[in-house]
Ligand binder design. Structure first.
Ligand code: UD1
Length: 330
């Protein structure tokens, strides 16, 4: 298939490009680093003819530092996707795979021993200051047990990045309704692996820890280190994109969303220890610091992606972290 890949020079995009090419697809790379911007209609008109599918990875990533970031996130992620979808419609391209994120859910899934499944409110500063990190039941205040989140969970985007990722999903759903095209959103969990961008204010925790270790500094684990995430290897992410490209069926007018996760969650403390161990130190420090607005636990069910995309992550946490401990960063 002839595939237009936006963000092809990025961390995830470069792995997607390699995996698609290895599977025999013709990849047309499109990346701001090579002077091609998704907001540029004429650049898209140049590459769209003959394209059979678009994989849209280009985005401003991270969580957003403050409101000053809102215009950039909106322009690149929302407006850029709108321009891309309009170009696809103009050129009759009927297949889209969108890079989305688990951050569209806000908090993860929780159950109260008394009240069953509940959605906790954002954690209180007063609780965090006292080291009470677990979200509480909104009805009785008991600490909650984390569970796995499925794709039908309500969305609750809590920062600029999450808001624009959800907007991309909605725009893509509009596009399928109007054009009858097929749109698949892959909600990535915490992606890590070779070429992950170095430590920046927008980096995820795996890159921050890996950069600290490279500089001979101890990874600083916030809260009590017990917060859970699903760390999924970037080559597994690439395989999920390949699987999504050939998905058939689905309902025209409906965006199919999938959690793309390993299905084997770990705490941030465990991740720090594994990475530090593989690199030979220094050992992580648990600081008790917190970032207001951080999610405590977010763990996905990978069941729908397994059933409908035939996707199962293949790279284990131990193998992936061993490679990542010394693999070059981007
Ligand atoms: C991350 C990404 C988000 C992406 C999502 C899924 C960022 C900033 N966040 O969200 O954009 O959509 O994964 O791939 O890119 N922590 C430490 N020490 C540090 C930094 C962080 O312990 O030095 C902790 C945080 O308090 C948090 C956890 O690590 O509990 C994860 O943080 P982070 O990777 O920044 O954000 P996610 O919420 O997982």
């Amino acid at each position: 298939m002839k595939v237009l890949l936006t963000g092809s020079a990025g961390f995830i995009g470069s792995h997607v490009s390699e995996t698609l090419a290895a599977a025999g697809h013709e990849v047309i790379g499109f990346d701001a680093r090579a002077g091609d911007d998704v907001r540029d209609q004429s650049a898209l008109d140049r590459v769209m003819p003959g394209t059979e599918a678009v994989i849209h990875q280009a985005a401003k990533v991270g969580l957003g530092v403050n409101v000053a970031d809102l215009p950039d996130y909106s322009s690149i992620n929302v407006y850029g996707t709108a321009v891309l979808l309009a170009a696809m419609a103009r050129h009759g391209v009927g297949r889209l795979v969108l890079a989305s994120s688990m951050v569209v859910y806000g908090e993860g899934a929780y159950t109260c021993p008394e009240h069953g499944a509940v959605r906790p409110r954002p954690r209180l500063e007063a609780d965090l200051d006292r080291g009470l990190f677990e979200p509480r039941c909104p009805l009785c205040g008991s600490p909650l047990a984390p569970g796995t989140i499925g794709e039908d969970a309500p969305t609750d985007p809590r920062n600029a990045y999450a808001t624009t990722k959800l907007a991309q999903e909605h725009l893509s759903a509009n596009w399928t309704r109007e054009t009858g095209g097929t749109a698949v959103a892959l909600r990535y969990h915490n992606v890590y692996g070779p070429r992950m961008p170095k430590d920046t204010p927008y980096s995820g925790v795996a890159a921050i820890f890996r950069s600290a270790l490279e500089a001979g500094r101890a990874p600083r684990v916030f809260e009590d280190g017990g917060q859970r995430r699903d760390f999924v290897h970037v080559r597994d992410i690439a395989v999920a994109n390949l699987a999504a490209l050939v998905v058939t069926g689905g309902q025209a007018g409906t965006l199919a969303a999938y959690n793309i996760a390993s299905g084997r969650p770990h705490t941030v403390g465990e991740m720090a220890a594994e990475l530090a161990g593989q690199r030979g130190g220094p050992a992580p420090v648990v600081t008790g610091e917190y970032r207001l607005g951080d999610v405590r636990h977010i763990v996905a069910s990978p069941a729908r992606a397994a059933a409908e995309l035939g996707f199962r992550a293949a790279i284990t946490f131990a193998d992936g972290m061993k490679e990542f401990a010394t693999a070059p960063l981007g």
